[in-house]
Structures are given as structure tokens and as C-alpha cells.
Write a protein that binds this ligand. Structure first.
Ligand SMILES: [Fe+2]
Ligand SMILES: [Fe+2]
Length: 358
């Protein structure tokens, strides 16, 4: 038994209480407090910490069942030993539902009582420790949940910020490259707005062919950048009014590859790079740089090739001061269906030709 088990004695029989107190204090080395009514007992119990409560049963004026209910509300783990004046199996059955630890009957066997107190103290100490542990777990669990929620929110915010940063970065890159592509168009006043016009025509064809919004957007971006590689061609070649020499043609034909090399490191461009690389490939395999043919060429690149050729015919060039009239340019496209151009793309082009601004 612990050094001084703290016992609360609930009984209105002064003689019995005195007897218990003496025995418990002297022989049991207990610290004992007595109360003879509910209010006093509950007051004492809430202010002081008791290991075991010994409660008298069988006295209606004490209302011990009511006392027990109130007691369990204050300390659900409290250990109660019931005390009866006489053997009373009916009452014992009734109070066993109240969470009684054990019982003693007059005449009290002190050895048994001390044993019950010893076990009761251990039980109270264990259940209290267990409850404290569980409370600790629950608090930790609540804290962990709070931290998890906080962490999830931070991750969500960080992800949003990263997405925003990525979009900003992508948009800045795109603006820079487009500005560069426009600057290249502007190098030659004949090709001013060329990329923009090609994009308008190619988007109309793509839509006519039922391509998705994403695919159409990739084509539009590729159009805006398709001649970026002309940065590597000398002005004298770009604006040469007469036919190009073989060597000069070699330089011109490098521009799809040069553009692809410039754009390749920008991984966010994805398929745009390949569309740019293939924009001079011909349906019949007569184009450059690889001489791809038919379905080997990306559909987007076949569309851009046609839109590019149409705008070239409809614009003044250094080698041809007057643009071809619209009907002639359309006729030229038709004539080259199945040769330079994919017939399917030509058909779509013919359907949207009226909508073209030039
Ligand atoms: Fe080109
Ligand atoms: Fe072009």
C-alpha cells in the first residue's frame, strides 16, 4: 500500500465512522476524511484528491446512489468500496450497476479491507495514468491534425505560387521570343506582320479541321515563331530582289532548324518546336530540312506550311513587288494540292478563304 492512502468515508453513523477512522489511520496508515451528507462529501471530494471512497449503503437518507453518480462526474476513475450493515444481496445487485469496485459487510474484516484499499489505490493510480496518457495522445493527435491542416494549406499556397510563377515566367519568355520574331519580320519591310497573318490563316484552317483548342493554340504559337531562325540569315539575302544563288538558298533553308535550336531549351513550348522545325516540309516530300512526306509531317506543320505560302503570295516581296491577287493565290494553292500541300488541309483552306483578312 502507498504510504498514506487518502480515504473519504461517507457515513452518517458517527460511531461506525470513528471506528473506521481509528482503524484505518492507526493500522492502515491511511489519511482519512469523513462526511455524513452528500454536499459535504462532494465538497471535500472536489477539493481534495482521494484514492478510495468508502460509502455506506442501505441508508435511504444518505442517498448513496445519488452521491456515487455525482462522484463519477467529478472523477470517472474514482474507486468506491461499498459498506453494508448487513448482508443484502438485493441491494448489492442494484448497486453493482453503479461502478462499485468491491464491498465490505459488518463485521468488517480489516485484513480484507486493507487489501481492497491497497488494490484500489493501485487501480486508481493506473486508471488515472492511463487516462492522462490517452488525453496526451488525444491532444497530440489534435495538434498533429492542426499541423497537418496548416501544412496542407501552406503546400497548396506554395503550389499556387509556383504555378503563378511558372505562368509568369512562361508568359515573359513567350513575350520576349515573340518580340524577337516580330523584330525579325520587321527587318524586311515586305514581311512585316507575316507571322501574325500566317497565324490568323492557320488558326482558321485548324478550327475548320476540328482540332482542339489546345492543338490550335500550339499551331498559333508555332506560327508566331516559325521564322525565328531567319535571325541567322544576312539582310542582303533576305531582301535580295533577284534569284538566290545555291549557297544563299542553303543559308535560307537552315532557318527552320536554327529556330528549333533556339526554342528547344524552352521545354514548356513542347510540340511548338517540332511544328516550327517542319514548317517547310512538303506533302510530297520535296520540302526541307528533312524531306518528310505525307503523314510523317505533323498536321500542324502541314497547316502552317499552307498558311505561310498563302501569305507569301499575298504580300509584296523583294523579288516580287506586287502581291498575287487573292484568286490567283487560291488557285496556286489548289494547283499544289497533293504536291506541296496536304489535300485535306487545302479543302479546309478553301472553306475558310473568304474569312481571311488578306
Ligand atoms: Fe519559313
Ligand atoms: Fe514564313
Amino acid at each position: 500500500m502507498r504510504e498514506n492512502p487518502r480515504i473519504l468515508l461517507f457515513d452518517n453513523d458517527d460511531t461506525a465512522s470513528r471506528y473506521f477512522m481509528e482503524e484505518l489511520m492507526i493500522k492502515g496508515n491511511c489519511s482519512v476524511s469523513c462526511a455524513s451528507d452528500i454536499q459535504a462529501a462532494l465538497g471535500d471530494f472536489s477539493q481534495n484528491s482521494f484514492d478510495v471512497v468508502i460509502a455506506k449503503f442501505g441508508k435511504p437518507e444518505l442517498d448513496t446512489p445519488g452521491f456515487l453518480k455525482a462522484l463519477k462526474k467529478i472523477d470517472p476513475d474514482c474507486v468506491v468500496i461499498a459498506f453494508f450493515e448487513n448482508d443484502n444481496p438485493g441491494l448489492l445487485r442494484e448497486i453493482s450497476k453503479l461502478g462499485i469496485y468491491d464491498f465490505i459487510v459488518k463485521p468488517v474484516n480489516l485484513e480484507k479491507l486493507f487489501f481492497l484499499i491497497k488494490k484500489g489505490v493501485e487501480l486508481h493510480s493506473l486508471t488515472a495514468a492511463h487516462r492522462k496518457l490517452m488525453q496526451g495522445f488525444q491532444e497530440q493527435s489534435v495538434n498533429l491534425q492542426k499541423q497537418n491542416t496548416l501544412l496542407a494549406k501552406r503546400i497548396e499556397e506554395s503550389t499556387k505560387n509556383l504555378v503563378r510563377l511558372y505562368e509568369d515566367l512562361r508568359s515573359t519568355y513567350m513575350r520576349t521570343i515573340k518580340a524577337l520574331a516580330q523584330a525579325i519580320d520587321a527587318r524586311d519591310h515586305y514581311t512585316h506582320s507575316h507571322s501574325e497573318n500566317v497565324a490568323k490563316c492557320a488558326v482558321l484552317i485548324a478550327q475548320e479541321l476540328g482540332l482542339s483548342a489546345n492543338e490550335t493554340e500550339l499551331i498559333r504559337e508555332a506560327c508566331e515563331l516559325h521564322d525565328l531562325g531567319k535571325i541567322g540569315i544576312q539582310d542582303s539575302i533576305l531582301s535580295k530582289p533577284s534569284s538566290l544563288t545555291e549557297e544563299e538558298w542553303k543559308q535560307v533553308k537552315l532557318h527552320p532548324q536554327t529556330a528549333a535550336q533556339i526554342l528547344e531549351p524552352l521545354t514548356f513550348l513542347g510540340a511548338v518546336v517540332e511544328l516550327v522545325r517542319q514548317h517547310h516540309e512538303h506533302y510530297d516530300g520535296g520540302g526541307y530540312p528533312k524531306g518528310l512526306r505525307g503523314e510523317e509531317i505533323l498536321l500542324g506543320a502541314r497547316i502552317i506550311n499552307l498558311a505561310d505560302a498563302y501569305d507569301a503570295m499575298r504580300s509584296a516581296r523583294a523579288y516580287r513587288k506586287t502581291p498575287l491577287p487573292k484568286e490567283e493565290a487560291i488557285a496556286e494553292i489548289k494547283k499544289n494540292s497533293g504536291k506541296q500541300f496536304d489535300p485535306k488541309v487545302v479543302d479546309a483552306f478553301l472553306k475558310i478563304a473568304d474569312k481571311l483578312p488578306i
